[in-house]
Design a protein around this ligand. Structure first.
Ligand SMILES: Cc1ncc(COP(=O)(O)O)c(C=O)c1O
Length: 366
């Protein structure tokens, strides 16, 4: 049977739409993972990732695997059994961080907030005052809620208690202001299928020298062979020592996706995401819908909107997909059946997509 895939307009929480140039890059001739041409491409990918993360960190690489692989790399390389870790949980992915850190033997302390809200510096300070933590983990862009965690001042606070700041940037990298060096973030990771608009399959990560020092002075071996950054880093570093066969074609795609980002300029890209999101927010409100997250900390890349009383969640999403080829997502956790999640990420963040979705919703909701 021939494979037949109907194209969609991807306006969910990821994957986002992929630019034709990125799709074309996936079809470039396959070469070896130690071919000089590929080694040069790796250097360029790293440079462009540094640009996207706004960092000079040497250890900046795409982990082979999705965002969860990068998350796991961020956790397993820095957590040792018995380490005290403070995790800010205000959504689904904070929960996942707790699960992962616990599996690597951390003594996990949770700081909880209602889903959709964000943490203040004072709250984190109070928790650290009670007990310092080796690592403080938080999610910059909570894809389950649409909340943007402000990070200004966070690293100074965490560092003053002797800890490292680890941040999930899966739904912010390349779409929402993120300044790894200026904000003093020690470990940050992401995924390719959100604002970078590259298919899922790689997980960019960046680690500063402070965190590398912690990695190099571990008491025990990193308990995950595949994600051990001391080994993977040698393949991506000057040694180019074989560790595993890099997903060549995915790195072509990432290269092209990052090149598009560099051509546009990171600040222009942030501005585009915000402008299109503002158009979406105004349009949803003019349809009488209520947004979940206050504008002050609402994510431009992911909007959560309450489903009106009496409206059938699945039926609306089903019609959007069937009649309009548009994908949006339902809610997770406390928002299941209560809110829709609409993504405007990377190539999908375009005014015509906003207008099309608003038009379709208007028709469906009557
Ligand atoms: C905030 C956040 N963290 C982590 C992940 C996990 O990434 P992946 O699904 O690519 O493994 C996601 C995916 O949606 C996410 O939104």
């Amino acid at each position: 049977m021939e494979m037949k895939i109907e194209p969609r307009t991807l306006l969910g929480p990821g994957p986002s739409g992929v630019h034709p140039r990125v799709l074309q890059a996936l079809g470039y001739p396959l070469i070896g993972h130690l071919d000089p041409q590929f080694l040069e491409l790796m250097n360029n990918v790293q440079d462009m990732l540094r640009y996207a993360f706004r960092t000079k960190n040497q250890l900046t690489i795409p982990v082979s695997g999705t965002g969860s692989a990068a998350m796991e790399a961020a956790v397993c390389n820095f957590v040792e059994p018995g380490d005290s870790v403070l995790i800010c949980v205000n959504g689904y992915f904070g929960e996942r961080l707790c699960d992962m850190a616990g599996r690597y033997g951390a003594e996990v302390r949770r700081l909880d907030r209602t889903w959709g809200e964000v943490f203040t510096l004072d709250e984190v300070k109070a928790a650290l005052e009670e007990k310092p933590a080796k690592i403080v983990m938080m999610v910059h862009a909570e894809t389950s809620t649409g909340a943007r965690q402000p990070l200004e001042g966070m690293s100074e606070l965490v560092h003053s208690y002797g800890g490292l700041l680890l941040v999930d940037c899966v739904t912010s990298l390349g779409g929402v202001p993120l300044k790894v060096d200026d904000w003093g973030i020690d470990i940050a990771y992401s995924g390719t299928q959100k604002c970078l608009s590259v298919p899922p399959g790689l997980g960019p990560i960046t680690v500063n020298s402070r965190a590398q020092g912690v990695l190099n002075s571990r008491r025990s071996k990193v308990p995950n062979w595949y994600l051990d950054l001391t080994m993977v880093g040698k393949y991506w570093g000057s040694e180019r020592t074989y560790h595993h066969t890099a997903p060549i074609s995915m790195n072509y795609a990432l290269y092209e996706g990052l090149k598009l980002l560099v051509e546009e300029g990171i600040e222009a890209r942030w501005a585009r995401h915000l402008a299109n999101a503002q158009q979406l927010w105004a349009g949803l409100e003019s349809l009488g819908l209520k947004l979940v997250v206050p504008e002050a900390y609402r994510l431009p890349s992911l909007t959560t909107v309450y489903i009106p009383e009496g409206v059938d969640d699945a039926a609306v999403r089903g019609r959007l997909l069937k009649d309009y080829n548009i994908e949006i997502a339902g809610g997770l956790g406390i928002f299941k059946g209560k809110a829709w999640r609409i993504g405007l990420m990377g190539y999908s963040s375009q005014p015509q997509n906003v207008l099309m979705l608003l038009g379709a919703l208007k028709e469906i909701l009557g």
